[in-house]
Design a protein around this ligand. Structure first.
Ligand code: CP
Length: 324
């Protein structure tokens, strides 16, 4: 794998390889092997033009656990605020011999531009671009669903037949787009539920069903219910329902949470607007995977960096020899 830019073009084979390597990485973390030497001498640059907590920190943790050197760059406080272009920023990184660049950018397509422009020779990982895609988020979500479904027996498995409902601001959500493509590739059935004004026009080309009624979706007893953040910062108030209306019609409130089957996983990529799209009872319940998603994000990002920079699946962890 040379770059990880989206899930729309990610093959089933590559997706399963990332998930399986992430299982291996998770095993090393559970065994409290704090660091693996595999990326010693490599440099990973985290290039964040938009705010992030989970993604930036987990890419940094992932790279450090693989013994790579990490350079963190955020647009705030950099020469980007003086008008420096993406090309000049990228060429500066090239001069610093970056081996991988993890980029988050407000412009959809910025990671692909970086990967294909010839400005840099590094592998590029998309950490979220505009309203386009957030592939490592979808991979960690799929990893989390697979783990809840199959436990220690997850390796090599896809998500055939899993019924996943994604609720909320689909229009602005790169997480929704990446999840729809990846879940489809892995055999899951996806339903999107949102106010009509927050469904993108091209949704008819997506491999997903569309609905507008959250109560109907809950009565359908999905295996996973993924609540999305309302992205007020990308929204024009004229097409957004009021917060009160949104919460009443599309929020996972205590009554709706009580109506969900006990087997349904409650997911959220974070950051959450508690009380708007999800209530505390749901977010903090044992059925919530919110913190598992964060933990699994480190394993999945270790796997992505490993496959980009080392190129092949590492040897399986030998638990027996470790115990001797
Ligand atoms: N889920 C996610 O991308 O969170 P951050 O914006 O905090 O990275």
């Amino acid at each position: 794998m040379r770059h990880l830019l989206d899930t729309k073009t990610l093959s089933r084979e590559d997706a399963l390889q990332i998930l399986d390597v992430a299982e291996d990485m998770g095993d090393t973390q559970r065994r409290e092997v704090k660091k693996l030497p595999t990326l010693r001498g490599k440099t990973v640059v985290n290039l964040f033009f938009e705010d992030s907590t989970r993604t930036r920190i987990s890419f940094e943790a992932a790279a450090k656990r693989l013994s790579a050197d990490v350079i963190n760059f955020s647009a705030k406080g950099s020469s980007v605020s003086k008008g420096e272009s993406l090309q000049d920023t990228a060429q500066t990184l090239q001069a610093m011999a970056a081996d991988a660049v993890v980029i988050r950018h407000s412009a959809s397509g910025a990671p692909r531009t970086l990967a294909t422009s010839g400005w840099i020779s590094a592998g590029v990982v998309n950490a979220g671009d505009g309203t386009h895609e957030h592939p490592t988020q979808a991979l960690l979500d799929a990893f989390t669903m697979r783990k809840r479904r199959y436990g220690a027996d997850s390796r090599g498995r896809d998500l055939e037949g899993l019924r996943v409902t994604i609720v909320g601001d689909i229009l602005h959500s790169r997480v929704a787009r990446s999840n729809v493509w990846l879940l489809h590739t892995l055999g899951a059935q996806v339903t999107l539920v949102a106010p009509p004004t927050l469904i993108p026009q091209d949704v008819t080309a997506w491999p997903a069903r569309v609905g507008y009624d959250l109560d109907e979706a809950i009565a359908d007893a999905p295996d996973a219910l993924m609540m999305l953040r309302i992205q007020a910062e990308r929204m024009n108030a004229s097409y957004f329902p009021t917060e009160r209306e949104y919460s009443r019609c599309w929020g996972l409130d205590p009554e709706r949470f009580a109506a969900l089957p006990r087997s349904t996983m409650v997911m959220h990529p974070g950051p959450m607007n508690r009380g708007l799209e999800i209530c505390a009872e749901a977010a903090d319940s044992p059925r919530s995977t919110v913190l598992d998603q964060v933990t699994n994000g480190v394993s999945v990002r270790m796997a992505a960096l490993y496959l980009l920079l080392a190129g092949e699946r590492p040897a399986p962890v030998d638990h027996d020899s470790d115990a001797k």
